[in-house]
Write a protein that binds this ligand. Structure first.
Ligand SMILES: [Zn+2]
Length: 236
């Protein structure tokens, strides 16, 4: 099992690790700062450095529960010590857009009761799908954007907490995150809490304070079937 350092500290950009296996271009480490694509969030990219030689990590995925780093020229790596470093600009974009979706989701949920059914987070844009969101006017969408930006500017701390599944199931605020859809094997839940705004189960990487998100704009709204809406957003 690879220790997932990104779950505790999303600001850590470098770590030492041991290569446990190399198969073709697939490399497994004993611990990593690379976030694997999942939960709507794109993976990190970056480098592995071994004995002065720099290797590109161009893709990171979870396969059968294992975190696989896809590495260029991996055949030149050997088992043992390596230094891992992520592309911080890319990660920071992913963090800011991911935290933005949590704030936006909370605003839309509070105003219209709609639930988030999916999302996709890239370094420079993101999208979020809502169910049960009626047709809104342009003014109503403007209000959503203004309110979201207001909350961002208020500077709410964002914190992580691990709780047991049974505790998660009793927290009323978590209803919108569908905890009960997780497989029974999941016994521990990671909560992402935006102070006084939002709390939900999430394994993504976030900024430490909403102020770091910046200012959002709504790029596009499209309908996905009856009462389902997709909002495409980006940071200014
Ligand atoms: Zn999330």
């Amino acid at each position: 099992m690879t220790k997932e350092l990104f779950l505790k500290d999303s600001y850590q950009t470098m770590c030492n690790a041991n290569i446990l296996s190399i198969e073709g271009d697939k490399v497994i480490l004993d611990q990593t700062i690379f976030y694997p694509t999942g939960g709507g969030q794109e993976c990190d990219t970056g480098t592995l450095i071994q004995e002065g030689e720099v290797f590109d990590v161009f893709q990171v995925k979870r396969e059968s529960g294992k975190i696989i780093h896809f590495v260029k020229n991996a055949e030149r790596l050997i088992l043992g010590e390596v230094t891992a470093e992520i592309d911080w600009e890319r990660r920071r974009g992913l963090m800011r857009h991911h935290s933005l979706l949590h704030v936006l989701g909370a605003v839309v949920n509070k105003k219209y009761g709609a639930l988030c059914t999916g999302n996709k987070i890239y370094p420079h844009r993101a999208r979020i799908d809502f169910n049960r969101l009626q047709d809104l006017t342009e003014d109503q969408y403007d209000e959503i954007v203004i309110e979201t930006n207001q909350i961002i500017q208020e500077g709410h701390p964002i914190k992580y907490q691990l709780i047991s599944r049974s505790e998660a199931e009793t927290r009323p605020g978590l209803v919108k995150t569908a905890v009960n859809l997780l497989p029974p094997t999941v016994t521990e839940i990671r909560l992402v809490n935006i102070e006084s705004i939002d709390e939900q189960a999430c394994g993504g990487t976030h900024v430490a304070n909403t102020k770091e998100i910046g200012e959002m704009r709504l790029v596009k709204v499209s309908s996905k079937g009856k009462n389902n809406k997709r909002l495409e957003v980006a940071l200014v």
